[in-house]
Ligand binder design. Structure first.
Ligand SMILES: [Zn+2]
Length: 469
C-alpha cells in the first residue's frame, strides 16, 4: 500500500488525556512533526509566534504537497488507540460461538482455527486484514498473540509492518502434552524455547531492516508469550522467564481470567495464578497480563510492586471471565492498566466499543446487577465506576505508558499517531444540533457515538495509513 509520509505540520483541534482522570482540548493548535514522525513542537492559538508558524507551515505545504494538513471546522483529532490484547488467528471467528463455555470454545472452535496458522500465507492474509481493520477503527498500536507456529507468527509481524501499524507480536508457547491437542502444540519444551528465541531474532531483524529503509517506520517488536499457565510445562515457563530476562523482552500472557484458570494454579502450585507467574520470572514492567479479574489483594500488590500491566478486556470479560474487572480499585492501588479488545473472546475490533463497555461494566460492578438482592449488598461495596475520559486514557496513553512506547497523546516527543474524526458525517452526525458545544460534551458524543465512518483519516508515526473517501 502507499502511505503519505512527508507530513510536517497539522493545524486543528486535538482531544487527548495526558494524565489519568481528565481530558484536554488543544483548540486550534499547530502540531509540528520531525523527520521521524515525532511531535517536535506544539503552538497554540494565542502563543506569540502562532500566526507566524502557521504561515510558515502553509507555505511549506504549498511548496511540498502533503507537508501540511489543516483540519476542517467539523473535524477534530484523537490519539491513535493502543490495544493491549489480541489473538490474531482468532479474527475469522470474531462473534462466533460466544454462548459456549470457555473450555468448549477453546477446544472445539479456537484451537482448530489457530492450527491453520501452520500455513504462513494464510497467517499473513488474516494478520494483514486484521491490522487494516484495527487501523480503520483508529488503533495504531497493537499487542498480538500470534499462534504456536514460528513461521505463521512471523507472518503476522510482517503483515502489521506492511500495513503501517506498530505491532508487538508473540509466538505462543503451549507445550504441555497433557493439556494441549496433539494437532496444535509445541513439540517439546526445548523446541518451544528455541522457536521463541528464533522468533525474537527474526522480528528484531525485521525492525532493523525497515527502520533503515524508512525513518517513519512505526516499529516491530517481539514478545515472550506463554499462552497461560494451564497450557505450559514448568520447564517452558521457567525458560521463557529466563529468555525475557536476558533479552529484556516484552512478556504477555493471561492471568486470573476466570474461575477455572484461577483454580488451576491453586491446585497445581498452591499459589494464585499471579504468584505462580512471578515465581517463573514472568511479572515485571514489560509484562502485560490479560483480564486479571480474580485478583486477590495480594495479587494486586504484587502487580503494583513489580510494575506488571493489566490488559483490561471488558467485552471479553462479559463472556468468559465470570466477573467484572475491578479497574478502579487496581488503578488506585498503583497498577498500570490499558485496554484490550481480546479478539475474539471479545467480538469487536473497535476500541470505542471497549471504552463504552469498560464504563458500563464498572458501573454494574459498583451497583450490582440483581435487583432481588438488597441494595446494601448488591454491588461491589467500594467505588468502582470509571468515566469515559478515564477509559479513553486507558485506550491511549495508559496503554502506551504500559508498553513504554512514546505514543498515546499529543505531546512533544510522542509519535504522531492520530485519528481525524469528521463529526458531520452523513448518518453519523456527532455535532448534536450545535446545542452541546462544551468540550466535555463534544468529547462524550465522540466516545459514545462515533462509528468507523466518522474516522476520516488515520496517521501512524506521521504516515497516512487510512483514508476514507
Ligand atoms: Zn486472550
Amino acid at each position: 500500500m502507499t502511505t503519505i509520509a512527508n507530513l510536517k505540520a497539522v493545524l486543528g483541534s486535538f482531544f487527548h488525556t495526558p494524565t489519568y482522570g481528565a481530558f484536554e482540548l488543544l483548540e486550534h493548535a499547530l502540531v509540528e512533526l520531525d523527520d521521524a514522525g515525532t511531535i517536535c513542537r506544539i503552538t497554540r492559538a494565542g502563543d506569540a509566534d502562532f500566526e507566524q508558524r502557521v504561515a510558515a507551515a502553509r507555505a511549506a505545504g504549498a511548496a511540498e504537497p502533503g507537508a501540511y494538513l489543516e483540519l476542517g471546522a467539523n473535524e477534530v483529532a484523537l490519539p491513535g488507540f493502543v490495544d493491549l490484547h489480541v489473538h490474531a488467528p482468532q479474527w475469522p471467528q470474531a462473534g462466533v460461538a460466544l454462548d459456549e463455555p470457555l473450555n468448549v470454545w477453546l477446544d472445539e472452535r479456537t484451537f482448530p482455527l489457530e492450527a491453520r496458522f501452520a500455513d504462513a500465507e494464510f497467517a499473513y492474509a488474516v494478520g494483514h486484514d486484521l491490522a487494516r481493520t484495527f487501523l480503520s477503527r483508529g488503533t495504531t498500536t497493537v499487542l498480538y498473540f500470534a499462534s504456536a507456529h514460528l513461521d505463521g507468527s512471523f507472518a503476522v509481524s510482517r503483515a502489521c509492518a506492511d500495513a503501517g501499524q506498530r505491532a508487538i507480536v508473540g509466538k505462543v508457547v503451549m507445550d504441555d502434552p497433557a493439556a494441549n491437542h496433539d494437532f496444535y502444540r509445541d513439540a517439546t519444551p526445548d523446541q518451544a524455547l528455541a522457536d521463541t528465541e528464533t522468533f525474537l531474532d527474526r522480528v528484531a531483524a525485521l525492525d532493523a531492516a525497515r527502520r533503515a529503509d524508512d525513518p517513519r517506520f512505526a516499529g516491530a517488536f517481539g514478545a515472550v508469550t506463554p499462552r497461560f499457565i494451564p497450557s505450559c510445562t514448568d520447564e517452558a515457563l521457567a525458560g521463557l522467564g529466563e529468555i525475557a530476562r536476558t533479552r529484556d523482552a516484552y512478556i504477555q500472557s493471561h492471568c486470573n481470567e476466570g474461575e477455572w484458570e484461577h483454580s488451576v494454579a491453586i491446585e497445581r502450585f498452591g499459589k494464585t495464578d499471579a504468584e505462580a507467574l512471578a515465581s517463573f520470572g514472568l511479572l515485571g514492567p514489560k509484562s502485560i497480563m490479560a483480564h486479571c479479574t480474580f485478583m486477590s489483594e495480594g495479587d494486586t500488590r504484587l502487580f503494583a510492586e513489580t510494575g506488571t500491566v493489566v490488559a483490561h478486556c471488558p467485552i471479553s470479560n462479559a463472556y468468559f471471565a465470570n466477573s467484572a474487572c475491578p479497574v478502579r480499585r487496581m488503578h488506585e492501588a498503583g497498577v498500570h492498566i490499558g485496554l484490550g479488545t481480546d479478539i475474539s473472546g471479545g467480538f469487536s475490533p473497535s476500541m470505542y466499543d471497549n471504552i463504552r463497555q469498560a464504563v458500563m461494566a464498572s458501573r454494574m460492578l459498583e451497583e450490582g446487577v440483581d435487583a432481588l438482592v438488597d441494595a446494601t449488598r448488591r454491588g461491589a461495596g467500594y467505588p468502582a465506576r470509571i468515566s469515559a475520559p478515564e477509559a479513553l486514557y486507558l485506550a491511549t496513553k495508559g496503554g502506551a505508558e504500559a508498553l513504554g512506547l512514546p505514543t498515546g497523546s499529543f505531546e512533544v516527543g510522542r509519535a504522531f499517531d492520530a485519528q481525524i474524526i469528521d463529526t458531520r458525517r452523513a448518518f453519523a452526525d456527532l455535532t448534536g444540533f450545535g446545542i452541546f458545544n462544551e468540550p466535555a460534551d463534544r468529547l462524550a458524543r465522540i466516545l459514545y457515538l462515533a462509528t468507523p465512518d466518522n474516522i476520516r483519516q488515520v496517521w501512524c508515526q506521521g504516515k497516512l495509513v487510512i483514508e476514507r473517501a
